[in-house]
Each structure stands twice: as structure tokens, then as C-alpha cells.
Ligand binder design. Structure first.
Ligand SMILES: Cc1cc2nc3c(=O)[nH]c(=O)nc-3n(C[C@H](O)[C@H](O)[C@H](O)COP(=O)(O)OP(=O)(O)OC[C@H]3O[C@@H](n4cnc5c(N)ncnc54)[C@H](O)[C@@H]3O)c2cc1C
Length: 367
């Protein structure tokens, strides 16, 4: 099989990259050892969060938010995206001080998307919130989408424009031949001028095969979902100093997360839910919304994600090989960035540089 660009990994990052390359007339193939969206991109919480990003990510997240707000123009589907805002609630003055400092830092970078609100506005926005909170940091343009709908929309649009997707195609070896690449897989050999590593939690193994080792750690993140409840909260809820993250979806269910890590046997791709951690997380939700005490958790799951030591991704041309690129290590917040990452990767590959600042994400930062 010959192609111009071979993308390894059909999660949102690989799929978005394929879409943007196809939009620019480039012939590309996307291969996945499993199937599109089988891992983090299909298992995530759907959060579209600009709030509280690493400063290096702010230009990218703001641009990604603009793309999500017009996502139907890009992929012919709204991906069930909704934008009720996201909050980090302050429980005391010390929390409030921390949030004010954060808002000032964001403003000093020339961005306005994170704002402080006082107690009155907080309770107007979330009347169901338990008593005693003093204010919050808000990003009014934040929200959520349905991850698997989004992945499917991105893939279908990329296919319409000529990208090929091949499931059950696992990479066995990668060899540079001249300036191009020969990739042996479980379904035969792919020859490509350009290789793109979008392999999520497995990207560290592929980077090592390309003689470019990185300190990526695979972790299994857990989520749980409740019964359907009458509507009671609009914004996505977080807290300034506690692990709180939940949202009420349009169907009434609550998706509850907050950086909860399951046990993982990475070699077997087996995850084992840690119910004690989930119980602690549910207890935190009850501290903010005591009226939920009789609500039933109906399901919990875990998805495997790649984490970098500094919790920001690698978005980079290879520093050791010609015509190779990396986009991985999204450290639990890659869904929101995915539209802009595709655009950045297409620019890197086709133009030789990206329009947004990506130096902090260079793969060589770990040397
Ligand atoms: C539980 C959970 C909740 C999350 N919540 C949010 C959230 O609310 N908001 C947000 O922005 N982000 C969230 N994230 C993070 C987000 O889901 C990820 O950052 C994003 O999906 C990463 O996409 P990806 O394409 O890099 O990786 P993946 O979706 O994991 O895709 C990588 C693909 O590469 C394939 N692959 C790997 N190795 C090989 C190989 N050797 N050969 C062929 N194929 C290979 C895999 O099969 C996989 O399909 C969450 C993640 C998890 C797990």
C-alpha cells in the first residue's frame, strides 16, 4: 500500500490530522490496531474546557474553542456540542485568591476567556449548589460534546475528502527507507513519504522505534455515570482545590470524573476500576450538591491515555528523522484541542511551520 502520509492512530488526533490534510488535497491513510475511537477518544468525558489550561496551551485552546463553536462547518455535524460554560468553584477566600491570581495571569497574556464571578452570580448560575461557596472562575464559552459522535463525524468527513481508514492494522516495525518510510503491519506493508505518530498511550513505544524515546506514561482514567435526573445544573462543574468534575448531559445523566486513575495492565490493555476512589469522588459531588445523595451510579469505565511529565502534549516534527511527526501525550485534555491539532499538524507537514506557537510542545524538551 502506497500513500503520501501514513498516520498511526485513529483517535481524534489522528483523525483530525487526516481531515485537515485531506482538506488540503493530501492523500493519507490512517491505521489503527483496533478501531477508530476505541481508546481515549471514544472513552472520554466530552469536556470542551479552556479553563485552567497550562499557559503554553492557551493560544491553542482558544483557537480550538472557536473551531468547536463552528464545528458543523468543519465536519457537517454539531457533535452534540453545547456551551453552558465551566466553573471552578471557590469554597473559601483562600480559593478565591488563587482563582483571582489565575484570572490575572490569563489577562496578562492578553486573553479574556477566564473571568472571576462573585457569590451572587455563582448562585444565579447554579441555584442548586449547596450553601457556603464564595465565588468562582468561569469560562463562559466552555462546554461539552459527545466524544464518539465527534470522532465519527471527523472520520466520515475525512473519508468523504479521500482519507482511508484501516482498522485492525497494528504496526509491527518502522523502517526509514531513503527519505520515506516503510511500515510493516498486521495487514501488510505501507510505504509512505511521511509518517505521523498519533498513537495515544502507545505513542512512546512508536517514538522509541523511531529512535526518539520520550517519558510518556500510560494511565487509565475512570469515569462514572448516573441515572437520568431532572435537569438541575447547566455549567460543567469543577472546584478550586478539590478533585471535582462533573456535567449533566442533555439526557439528564451526570458524567462524573476528576482525574481518577484505575489500575492498568498496559500489556494486556486491561483496566480494573477502583471503586474506593469512585466513592470518594461521589462524596465530593455530594459535598457540593447534597440533594444527590440517593442518585444511583449505573456504570463506570476507564480509558487509556498517554501522560507526559509536564502534562502538556508533544506536537512536533521529529528531531531525529526526516519526514516524521508526532502528536501525542495529551494528558487527559486532548478532545478539546483535537480540531486545532489537526490543523497544526497539516501546517507542519505541508508548510513546514505552524501558525500558532508550538515551541513548548517540541519533542526535544525531554533531552
Ligand atoms: C476517561 C477519560 C476522560 C477524558 N476526558 C476528557 C475531557 O473531558 N476533555 C478532553 O479534552 N479530553 C479528555 N480526555 C483526553 C482525551 O480523550 C485524549 O487526550 C484524546 O482522546 C487523545 O486522542 P488520541 O488520538 O491522541 O489518542 P487515542 O484516542 O488513544 O488514539 C490513539 C490510537 O492509536 C492506536 N494505536 C496505538 N498503537 C498503535 C499501533 N502500534 N498500531 C496501530 N494503531 C495504534 C490505538 O488503538 C488508538 O486508537 C479524557 C481521556 C480519558 C481516558
Amino acid at each position: 500500500m502506497n500513500t503520501d502520509v501514513l498516520i498511526i492512530g485513529a483517535g481524534l488526533v489522528g483523525t483530525s490530522t487526516a481531515l485537515q490534510l485531506a482538506m488540503r488535497g493530501c492523500r493519507c491513510s490512517v491505521i489503527d490496531k483496533d478501531s477508530p475511537g476505541r481508546h481515549a477518544s471514544g472513552a472520554n468525558a466530552g469536556g470542551l474546557r479552556q479553563l485552567n489550561r497550562d499557559p503554553a496551551e492557551i493560544p491553542l485552546t482558544v483557537e480550538a474553542a472557536k473551531m468547536w463553536h463552528n464545528i458543523a462547518n468543519l465536519v457537517d455535524s454539531d457533535c452534540d456540542a453545547r456551551f453552558p460554560g465551566q466553573l471552578r468553584v471557590a469554597e473559601n477566600q483562600s480559593d478565591m485568591h488563587k482563582l483571582e491570581q489565575r484570572a490575572a495571569m490569563v489577562r496578562s497574556m492578553g486573553y479574556q476567556h477566564e473571568e472571576i464571578i462573585g457569590q451572587k452570580e455563582l448562585y444565579q448560575l447554579v441555584p442548586a449548589l449547596g450553601p457556603g461557596c464564595v465565588g468562582a472562575l468561569i469560562c463562559r464559552g466552555d462546554g461539552y460534546a459527545r466524544p464518539y459522535h465527534a470522532l465519527t463525524a471527523f472520520r466520515q468527513k475525512a473519508e468523504t475528502l479521500g482519507a482511508n481508514f484501516h482498522s485492525a492494522t497494528e504496526v509491527h516495525s518502522i523502517t526509514q527507507e531513503g527519505d520515506g518510510w516503510s511500515v510493516r503491519t498486521s495487514q501488510g506493508t505501507y510505504n509512505s513519504a511521511i509518517l505521523v505518530n498519533c498513537a495515544g498511550a502507545w505513542a512512546g513505544e512508536l517514538a522509541a522505534r523511531m529512535h526518539e524515546p520520550v517519558p510518556l506514561t500510560p494511565k487509565a482514567l475512570m469515569l462514572m455515570v448516573t441515572d437520568r435526573l431532572p435537569h438541575f445544573v447547566d455549567p460543567v462543574m469543577g472546584a478550586a482545590s478539590r478533585k471535582l468534575s462533573f456535567k449533566q448531559m442533555q439526557n439528564g445523566t451526570l458524567i462524573i470524573g476528576g482525574a481518577l486513575v484505575a489500575r492498568l495492565d498496559f500489556a494486556k490493555e486491561q483496566t480494573d476500576i477502583d471503586w474506593q476512589q469512585l466513592a470518594a469522588s461521589a462524596k465530593t459531588v455530594l459535598d457540593f450538591f447534597p440533594q444527590l445523595k440517593d442518585v444511583r451510579i449505573v456504570r463506570a469505565w476507564a480509558g487509556i491515555e498517554g501522560f507526559m511529565p509536564d502534562n502538556i502534549p508533544v506536537i512536533s516534527a521529529s528531531q531525529t528523522a526526516k519526514n516524521a511527526y508526532h502528536a501525542f501525550g495529551f494528558s487527559a485534555h486532548g478532545l478539546q484541542l483535537s480540531p486545532v491539532i489537526g490543523r497544526i499538524m497539516a501546517q507542519l507537514i505541508l508548510d513546514g511551520h505552524a501558525q500558532l506557537p508550538i515551541e513548548p510542545f517540541n519533542i526535544s524538551r525531554f533531552n
